[in-house]
Every structure is written in structure tokens, then in C-alpha cells.
Design a protein around this ligand. Sequence first.
Ligand code: ADP
Length: 446
Amino acid sequence: MFEKILIANRGEIALRVHRACREMGIKTVAVHSTADADAMDVRLADESVCIGPPSSTESYLNIPSIIAAAEVTNSDAIHPGYGFLSENANFVDIVTAHGIKFIGPTADHIRLMGDKIAAKETMIKLGVPCVPGSEGEITTLADAEQVAADIGYPVIIKASAGGGGRGMKVATGPDTISEAFSSARSEANLAFGNDAVYIEKYLSGPRHIEIQILADGKGNVVHLGERDCSLQRRHQKALEESPSPALSDDARVRIGETVSKAIGDMKYEGVGTIEFLYENDEFYFIEMNTRLQVEHPVTEMVTGIDLVQAQINVAAGLPLTLTQKDITFSGHAIECRITAEDPVTFAASPGPVNEFHVPGGLGVRVDSGLYAGYMVPPYYDSLIAKLIVHADSREECLLRLNRALEEFVVSGIKTTLPLHQELLQNEEFQKGDYNIHWLEKFIENR
Ligand code: ADP
């Protein structure tokens, strides 16, 4: 087992990884920008190293600084968290070349899945159903028009290097394809330095259902069920739950088996998420994330499996001893993403936190690096806390979530806590009757 792990991230996920290491008796190294010197994960880690100024490019994305920090602290592995360098295959190559273990899949698997066109081609070969669309990259408007006419409007033009909902444009008919095609390409070029795009049928009202997998690189794989992440604003998830209110046991078994087989055939190592759109009882693969996800606690609550510890174990070379039969699902879990944003306008709201009181009690978990007196810096992602609630049934989970939200106090900055409270009062949400477009309409009409 590793003796010391460097955590190449910040915020709640850095703390989450620290907690897993602590329980495994592994020492931790926190790396931080000058803006994060007072962060909770930095305070709790065994050692900390400042890796640069506030700007992410000069700190959390600064590969030479991170490698230097790992070398001076004698760390034997690096956990990348999510975001930042977690899906950067070149970083994995550099880490590996320095004799340090990257906690995650191989650089080749990250590269393959990071290229969404190649990822789709791979999944088709492995027997995973995909959204109908172009075969590979589309480079000319004429081709875009032809493909769109063949699959039928509406279509969505997506960046092959895409992520975070950027570089995606919908064309509703032949009159909008030209604008959608050129704006998707320029947005992709600006955001990712790569203007390759492809086309998919734009599904009218699917749910976003994703399957969590855990694999050891030796062909052993288990799936840990699904998360329903349909509640999104601007293609970004706001609330996630497991099990999905819309999935039958049969559908879960069917997609779980398909995914496990594909991941085993790939000899994938680590945790990963296979994302699907789900409509009329059909699954359509959209992408694979080769890292731990923000919403992983939802799965931990219903399976009782610590995904970060599992990830560290397989990275250390331990074979997966769990088999699919060992995985049991119990009760219902919901996660609310709390961000430092105005709950009405969504304007960023960084600044000093005056009061911070988290809810507690049975089945309530809060993953957050905040504390009273903490200063939310303006430089990074606005996620400040995840409230995760678990109960025997969805009904009980909603009641528990409601009371937990009532107890949660954050003052000094604006947060999206009131949005989640409003959402819980909505009857359609209570019934689980929503798709990927639902939250935007809810926000528009409230
Ligand atoms: P990113 O990597 O930027 O997050 P994804 O491919 O995962 O992009 O898609 C993000 C979200 O965009 C999905 O959860 C869904 O809401 C929407 N989306 C993507 N592809 C389609 C599609 N073909 N039809 C309808 N909605 C889509």
C-alpha cells in the first residue's frame, strides 16, 4: 500500500480524498495556491506545499510544480480528484515517468475516452448502444447538413474534446444548422484548442442516467448501479439521485451487464462513469468520465462502498475481490450541489463566510471544505458543499432532505440552498417526473 499520497486538487474533493487516506493509514500532502493557504484540506493534511498563485493555470494545472511537490515530499502516488488534471493523459505520462503512481486509469484509456468521437467508436465496437449521429468528425457545413437531414432534426453539434457542457449547439432545422455548426466549432476551439465536432440526434426529453463502475485493470469489474442526473442547468448537474425514479430493475440489470462487459474487455483500471441518455426504455451512450465524479457519494450511500478507498486499493495493485453478487443496493440517496451563487440570478457570490452550520442526524452527510471565517475565493468552481441524504425509500429521503436543508446555515455569501428548497416543494419533482430539460423550465417559470 502507498505510504503517502499527494492530492492534486482543492475544495471539498481534496478533503474527501484526505478522509479516505486517513482511514487507510496513508499520509497526505495537500498542494494549494496562495489563495487556498487557509483551506480545510491544507490544515488537515500531514504536509502542504504551495504550488503557485491563485490562477489555476499557474497552480492546480501547473504540472512542473505538482511534480516538484511530489518529489520533495517523497509521495508515492497522486490522486487527481475531478476537474483540473484528472483527465489529462499527458499529466499521467509525466507522473508515471517520475516513478509516481497516478491513481486512475492508464493514459491511453484517458486519451481514448477524452476524444468523444473515438470513445463512441470504441463503445459501438464493444456493443454499447450510442445516440444515432455522424460517423466521426464533421468538417464541412455541407456534410453537417447532409448528416442532419439523414438523422432528422433537431440535432446537436458537439465538441469531440468537450466537457463541462461547452461546445454544444442545437440546430432545430436547416435554417439554424449553419450558425450552430460554426458557433460549436469556434466555442470548441476557444475552450479546448480543438475544433473537431460531431453530430448527434437531439433527444427531445431523455433522462441522464449514468452507471458507476469499479475495475482493477485485470478484467475484473463491478457496476455500482446508476445515478439519475437529469436535473441540469446549462448542461451542468444540480441534483443527483440513486436509484433513478424512472428505471426498472430489468433495465438496470441490462445496462449494468452491458457496461461491465465493455469495461472488462477494455481492461480498464479504476473508477469510471458511463453516461447515457435514457428515453422510451432505450439507453444511448454519450460519454465516459475516467475519474471520480462530483456525485459519487450518492452511490456510496446506497452501496456502502467507499469509492475513493476502492480507487486507492486498485491503484496499489490489489485485485478486485468484490464480485457483482456482493453489490447490494439499499434505500435511496439524493445529493444537492450547493454553490456560492445567487439562487435567482446565478451570479457568482464569493467572499467571507460568517456562519456555517451543517445539518446532521441519521442518513445526512455533508462534504464541504467550508468553515466560519473561511473566504470563498473568486478564482475557482463555485461548488462549496454537497448535501447527501440517505433513507429507506425515496419518500423518506425527500422528507429528510427537506429538514436537512432547513437546518443548513451559510451566511455572508449567497448560495443555492433556497433553490433546492423550492425544488423540493414541487410536485413533479416529488413524483420523480422530470427529464434533462425540466430544471431550466422550472427556473424560468418560478
Ligand atoms: P459534457 O462532457 O460537456 O458534460 P455530455 O456529452 O456529457 O457533455 O452532455 C452533457 C449534457 O448535455 C447531457 O447530460 C444532456 O443533458 C445534454 N445532451 C448531450 N447530448 C445530447 C443529445 N444527443 N440529445 C439531448 N441532450 C443531449
